[in-house]
Design a protein around this ligand. Structure first.
Ligand code: FAD
Length: 469
């Protein structure tokens, strides 16, 4: 039994029962397969589980339907798999003193530790300490401050910094926006990037000591203790909704009926025309979903026999404190790498974001591994074959090609703020959207964003249902 005794895995091979048809509102359903719930949450990521746990704590009967055979979504902590003793395949850091995340960890009694980043860049064949200096940076910030109306960052750079003298600056900004925001310059909002740069908090970074998965387990437990149920391997493909009720249909022909449905799915999934259909369709919401950006990411985990990177004079400098994560950015195919802070760790993480990740998304894991080893070989001046021989475990985590994520995390386009206002409105008091992409605040695209959104949706449901005296 898992820590959550009520967690149920469905039986994919159940023969479909003979349907008995019943007319409910404006759609037909088979009652034979149908299960009832007060509130259904679709998606057991941080947003869905936070919503479910908050509702369950308030005494509401919640059923969570999750497509995968595990909970957590873009949080996935593994231990002793594929030669990796411990690794975060998705979210890894707490990017700042983020109130909802830290309050939840405190409530759960889960510890986290501080991490400080030491930045390096690869330039002219050498690793050098610090960020790559950007020529024209002050002028760029000044022009951004003066910008009267928002426009895509690419168009902004074309307007003000098209000259050859700015080629280096454009390259650096492209690399940063691709790598950090996992976004494309063609549509990322200049105002959003400006605000992100203004709110940067380099000092306060943390990691959950036992991995983010501990937080997911806690949310599951709260949900189950409150009488909730979490059903795995339930890929929802259609929701028929009306004023009276909503019917949720899964790919393997299960049907669930509920008074309310929370859609806690990744934006990348909702943006696909064929993954989840709403009947009747809600055109204003569909348009709004496309007005928010969703980036691309491939994360590569490499376990080596020894930490060869410590041989580099700059990168391996022993003077840094023990809680230092060393991070190097380069112009290679897989450009970014960082280390762990656990003493003796030989895990190196590679990161490829934005359009370059999108372009590689259909490549095999082996091909992406080879590109990664070649990039490392160029950065650390080591033979690629020798690096491969030292490899004791590896995993290419291609979130962009993952059918239940289809990308990385959200970023703002010019119309995103207005789109979020639309999507934050429940549809007929029946359908509610939750997920990191709906968060308003400085921690966009994070676990904090997902938790906040899940909590806010639950509060909205509870507030709406409070009887008026
Ligand atoms: C590689 C990577 C690194 C990251 N690093 C960090 C970091 O260091 N710090 C940080 O704060 N954030 C980080 N993030 C972002 C963070 O992981 C996300 O913002 C957050 O986990 C999203 O939670 P969510 O609940 O909104 O979505 P998800 O976690 O994606 O949950 C959605 C759930 O819906 C399920 N689902 C999808 N389709 C269906 C369907 N048809 N039917 C039923 N269920 C379905 C999915 O399987 C999933 O479980 C990272 C993300 C990635 C991809």
């Amino acid at each position: 039994m898992t820590p959550c005794g009520h967690r149920v895995n469905t039986h994919r091979n159940n023969p479909p029962s003979i349907p008995t048809w019943q007319f409910i509102s404006n759609f037909h359903v088979s009652t034979e397969n149908m299960k009832q719930a007060e509130i259904i949450v679709i998606g057991a990521g941080a947003a869905g589980l936070m919503a479910a746990a908050t509702l369950a704590k308030a005494g509401r009967k919640v059923l969570v339907l999750e497509a995968r055979d595990r909970t957590g979504g873009r949080i996935h902590t593994i231990r002793n798999e594929q030669g990796l003793p411990f690794a975060e395949l998705g979210a890894e850091f707490i990017h700042g003193n983020l109130p909802v995340t830290l309050a939840l960890l405190k409530e759960a009694g889960i510890s986290y530790n501080d991490t400080r980043f030491e930045m390096f860049h690869h330039h002219e064949g050498r690793i050098q300490q610090g960020d790559e200096p950007i020529e024209g940076w002050d002028e760029l910030l000044e022009k951004m401050q003066q910008l009267p109306a928002d426009l895509p960052l690419g168009a902004f750079l074309d307007q003000h910094f098209a000259g050859d003298q700015y080629a280096g600056m454009r390259e650096e900004i492209t690399a940063f926006v691709n790598g950090y925001d996992t976004a494309s310059l063609s549509d990322v909002s200049t105002f959003a990037i400006r605000s992100e740069w203004e709110h940067e908090d380099d000092e306060a970074q943390h990691r959950v000591t036992a991995g983010y998965g501990a937080m997911i387990r806690y949310l599951e437990e709260v949900c189950i203790k409150g009488g909730g149920e979490i059903v795995l391997q339930q890929e929802v493909e259609r929701i028929d909704w009306a004023e009276a009720t909503a019917m949720v249909h899964t790919r393997d022909r299960q049907v669930y009926q509920a008074g309310k449905v929370v859609l806690a799915l990744p934006l990348g999934v909702l943006q696909q025309p064929d993954t989840l259909r709403l009947h009747p369709a809600i055109p204003g919401y569909t348009a709004a979903l496309h007005d928010i950006g969703f980036g691309a990411i491939i994360k590569i985990l490499l376990q080596f026999a020894s930490p060869f990177w410590m041989e580099d004079a700059a990168f391996g400098n022993p003077a840094f404190p023990g809680n230092t994560t060393r991070l190097v950015v380069s112009g290679e195919t897989v450009p970014t790498y960082w280390t762990q802070t656990t003493p003796g760790s030989t895990l190196l993480t590679g990161w490829l974001g934005g359009p370059p990740a999108w372009n590689l998304r259909t490549q095999s894991p082996e091909a992406i591994l080879q590109a990664t080893l070649q990039s490392l070989s160029n950065i650390f001046r080591q033979d690629a074959g020798a690096l491969q021989a030292q490899l004791t475990g590896w995993r290419v985590v291609n979130w962009t090609n993952d059918p239940f994520t289809r990308g990385s995390y959200a970023y703002d386009k010019v119309p995103s703020s207005a789109a979020r206002k639309v999507l934050q409105q429940p549809v007929a008091g029946k359908l509610y959207f939750a997920g990191e992409y709906l968060y308003e605040g400085p921690a966009m695209g994070t676990v904090e964003a997902a938790l906040t959104s899940g909590m806010q949706v639950a509060e909205k449901i509870l507030l709406k249902d409070t009887p008026v005296a």
